[in-house]
Design a protein around this ligand. Structure first.
Ligand SMILES: [Zn+2]
Length: 106
């Protein structure tokens, strides 16, 4: 199973690299998605690209090498967390989740 640190705001798929907007307000998995997002805001992609690495930067390309144990995803965007007791992977369905491996609620 491949795990992803973030989830695309455009198509809900897991992602480990992509484009981060406004400190995490929006995540895009591909340049095409990022371009569409910018255009949906009434902005021009080529113009906004010029803000990268300037004081006006509000989005940039990045990747995530580490997963947050409290929240990570599969490619379909389902959320998971690690059981605090045995470190087993638990799919997040509701606020309280049962680890089937050790029968602990996390
Ligand atoms: Zn467990």
């Amino acid at each position: 199973m491949v795990w992803y640190a973030r989830k695309s705001s455009d198509d809900g798929k897991g992602m480990n690299k992509g484009i981060l907007f406004n400190e995490g307000e929006h995540y895009s998995r591909t340049v095409e998605h990022a371009k569409k997002h910018i255009e949906s805001l009434g902005l021009v992609w080529k113009e906004e690209l010029k803000t990268i690495d300037t004081k006006d930067e509000w989005f940039y390309f990045t990747d995530w090498e580490e997963l947050d144990e409290e929240e990570f995803y599969d490619f379909d965007g389902n959320a998971y967390k690690l059981c605090q007791n045995c470190k087993g992977v638990v799919k997040v369905i509701v606020e309280i989740n049962l680890c089937e491996k050790c029968k602990t609620y996390i």
